[in-house]
Design a protein around this ligand. Structure first.
Ligand SMILES: [Zn+2]
Length: 193
């Protein structure tokens, strides 16, 4: 799937999670940091290919991306597994803990969960594509839904652009609009010093 589809899916997953298990009130800065972390988590697994947004935006990014991709076993390998999610999430937590002193009003636990949800949604979406996902590495089997490969989606083709992405976007907008009050009530109106 493309980065845009993954980011939309990540936001949809985060919204569903927040509605299903509402956190206690969070600050505006926590909400913004959580959305950012969620979007990064949503595209993080594709860091294993040189065309990933991160590498495209670095000066010698393509080269670095190739090296990094080889290190993690190539595209749709380590970073597309539960093991990869665990390792990336542990790194994200270390980073958040390191940053906590400069952002005391941010609930890093919530931001961290938003990141994990983003990564997890990526794996779910890629499971719907022809290539499948090696969820259970080191067991090198790629899983896909539906089980028949030719019924699955081809990345970057019309089904993704004209059906999957618009449906996901419409679903997310509907979810936010229909639960608008619930969602805005989660935001703390007074930041405690
Ligand atoms: Zn992917």
């Amino acid at each position: 799937m493309t980065a845009r589809t993954h980011d939309t899916a990540a936001l949809a997953a985060l919204t569903m999670w927040v509605l299903a298990a509402p956190p206690s009130a969070i600050t505006v800065s926590t909400a913004l940091a959580a959305i950012l972390a969620n979007q990064l988590g949503g595209i993080a697994p594709d860091i294993d290919q040189p065309t990933a947004p991160l590498w495209r935006n670095l000066p010698v990014g393509r080269y670095l991306g190739k090296v990094f991709g080889t290190l993690v076993g190539g595209h749709r390998f380590f970073s597309h597994s539960l093991l990869g999610v665990a390792v990336f999430s542990a790194m994200a937590l270390l980073f958040l803990e390191f940053m906590q002193p400069v952002m005391p009003h941010i609930d890093i636990g919530f931001v961290w969960i938003a990141f994990i949800i983003g990564m997890f949604s990526h794996l779910v979406m890629d499971t719907l594509t022809k290539e499948g996902v090696p969820w259970l590495l080191p067991i090198p089997i790629k899983f896909g839904l539906p089980p028949v490969r030719k019924w699955r989606i081809t990345t970057g083709k019309s089904v993704e652009h004209f059906i999957v992405l618009p449906v996901l976007a419409a679903f997310t907008i509907w979810l936010c609009a229909s639960h608008y009050t619930t969602l805005t009530n989660l935001i703390q109106h007074h930041v405690t010093p």
